[in-house]
Design a protein around this ligand. Structure first.
Ligand code: HEC
Length: 156
């Protein structure tokens, strides 16, 4: 599967390029005022996860993350996080962390970091933008809300 990614990513790039050119796919800011604020310093793992320090906000984070995902990620990563093939299937990100109901905590924290930094920085390889960076538009509350939403989706 890994070997097919560059081709698929190039396709995503072509689609995204066209979409941006039409000006209707600009990143959408996310209203997170109903979530507990987290400050400016990026946290090490998702505080809104069911085992996080602000787990009580999980439901609200999933709600906000769902609409933020649909506005900003679904066109490449697929509706409901089910990839149509042009970008990685985000439901599989935690696959190596063991049982979905009781995942390995250290592994999940590592995936949280990976998710966070990928969304902040986007993905550029050989000077080509495969995924745009979101750091100018998202707060960390927004990124952790999207992570919370994606984590509710399990692979088939
Ligand atoms: C323009 C299309 C596009 C958009 C929009 C986009 N992505 Fe991506 N994303 C990609 C592609 C393509 C890759 C794989 C890049 C590569 O192969 O280096 C990727 C990689 C990732 C990865 C790493 C996945 C892995 O298995 O290694 C994560 C996490 C991710 N994206 C999350 C998001 C989130 C969350 C959003 C919305 C905030 C988003 N992306 C928006 C195209 C996109």
């Amino acid at each position: 599967m890994k070997t097919t990614r560059p081709l698929l990513a190039a396709l995503a790039l072509a689609i995204a390029g066209g979409a941006f050119a039409h000006g209707d796919m600009a990143p959408q800011a996310v209203d997170t005022h109903t979530l507990p604020p987290l400050g400016d310093k990026p946290l090490d793992d998702n505080p809104y996860s069911p085992t996080g320090s602000k787990a009580a906000a999980n439901g609200e984070a999933v709600r906000i993350g769902s609409s933020a995902y649909n506005a900003n990620c679904a066109r490449c990563h697929g509706l409901e996080a089910k990839s149509g093939g042009i970008a990685p299937d985000l439901r599989k990100l935690n696959a190596d962390c063991g049982d979905a109901k009781k995942p390995d905590k250290a592994c999940m924290a590592e995936m949280d970091q990976y998710f966070f930094s990928t969304v902040m920085q986007g993905r550029t390889r050989d000077g080509r933008v495969y995924m745009p960076p979101f750091k100018e538009i998202f707060t960390q509350e927004a990124i952790w809300a999207i992570r919370s939403y994606v984590d509710t989706k399990k692979p088939d």
